[in-house]
Design a binder for this molecule. Structure first.
Ligand code: HEM
Length: 303
């Protein structure tokens, strides 16, 4: 994948646009569940469509066209975009739109991950004891001599549990589906065309599922032996055929990011700043609460 410098105005604008979209689509508008309300949401839809056009133009001109000019089809792909372009040559069912959508999903994924990490840092700033436990795991795993890797997950269950607890408290998006045929669920008739969805909000905060659901307690995802454990009704990435394709990416990246930040910084907020997060929303606004990152004040042995 091509790397863009932080100074590249165009790529910064696209990152911002993704954040705008992620915030917007996580607002849970009535039209998401009642499609016949669409005429009342023309402005909203137009805004989303314009953002998508900007993103697709950027992907086409700054990534795909550049790859097309330099790709060597007889060699190994250099990156994901090359692999997609090669697949396009081989598969008559694919067209260039598919490549744009694929890259759009994966680039857009950064926004989901960034938002989730921001929410986990908000939780850490509010709960310094959580930060201390993560740091203690990082230090004992790395010996203070190297960065964190995905292989460290096995010995850092509390850090992984913190990500899961962030997902639970933020609550994941409720994505509506439409029944494609007449069927029944648990004895209830569901006619073709009915809008159906999993109520992830209830599954994540219902008192019948969790003790003290309003509290941020990563240890609820740890077994007595200290291993990560998830109840079967915890499905932040949904379930079935259409479950999130990004879930492994999300869990891997957010683990590395959170652990690495805590390894190197104390995370806090200014006393006069409200760390504002929104119930049942895995997104933060594009301009959100500031956090303070102070390089670690004490050495590993002092923690
Ligand atoms: C905070 C992080 C994320 C959460 C909580 C999340 C959650 C979800 C949920 C609940 C669904 C709906 C599944 C359904 O229709 O039943 C979904 C779908 C999807 N997600 Fe994610 N997601 C996240 C990040 C990502 C990332 C990083 C990517 C891409 C790299 C991604 C790509 C997708 C795609 C493509 C679908 C549609 C799958 C389909 O319809 O077949 N997601 N996600």
């Amino acid at each position: 994948m091509k790397l863009f410098s932080y100074d590249n105005e165009e790529s910064r604008k696209i990152v911002r646009t993704f954040d705008e979209i992620f915030w917007e689509i996580n607002q849970g508008y009535a039209v998401d569940f009642l499609p016949w309300l669409l005429p009342a949401y023309q402005g909203h839809m137009k805004k989303l469509a314009q953002w998508s056009i900007q993103i697709r133009q950027f992907i086409l001109s700054s990534i795909i066209e550049e790859h097309q000019q330099t790709i060597n089809l007889s060699e190994e792909p250099r990156d994901f975009t090359d692999a997609l372009l090669m697949h396009l040559e081989e598969d008559p069912n694919m067209n260039s739109q598919h490549i744009i959508f694929e890259l759009e999903d994966f680039l857009g994924g950064h926004s989901a991950i960034g938002n989730l990490v921001m929410l986990s840092l908000a939780a850490v700033a509010r709960n310094p004891d959580v930060a201390m436990r993560i740091r203690s795991e990082v230090d004992s795993t790395t010996g203070g001599t190297r960065g964190v890797s995905l292989f460290d997950k096995a010995t850092m269950p509390y850090t992984e549990a913190t990500i899961l607890e962030t997902l639970r408290t933020a609550s994941s998006p409720i994505v509506p589906h439409v029944a494609s045929q007449n069927t029944s669920i648990a004895g209830y008739t569901v006619e073709k065309g009915t809008v159906v969805f999993l109520n992830n909000y209830e599954l994540n905060i219902g008192e019948q599922y969790w003790s003290n659901p309003q509290l941020f307690q990563p240890e609820r995802f740890l077994s007595k032996e200290g291993n990560v454990t998830k109840p079967e009704y915890f499905i932040p990435f949904s379930t079935g055929k259409r479950m999130c394709i990004g879930q492994r990416l999300v869990q891997g990246f957010s683990f590395i990011l959170l652990a690495s930040i805590i390894q190197h910084f104390d995370v806090s907020a200014d006393q006069n700043t409200e760390i504002r997060t929104y119930p049942a929303c895995v997104a933060v606004p594009p301009d959100t609460f500031p956090l303070i990152f102070t390089p670690r004040s004490c050495s590993r042995t002092e923690v």
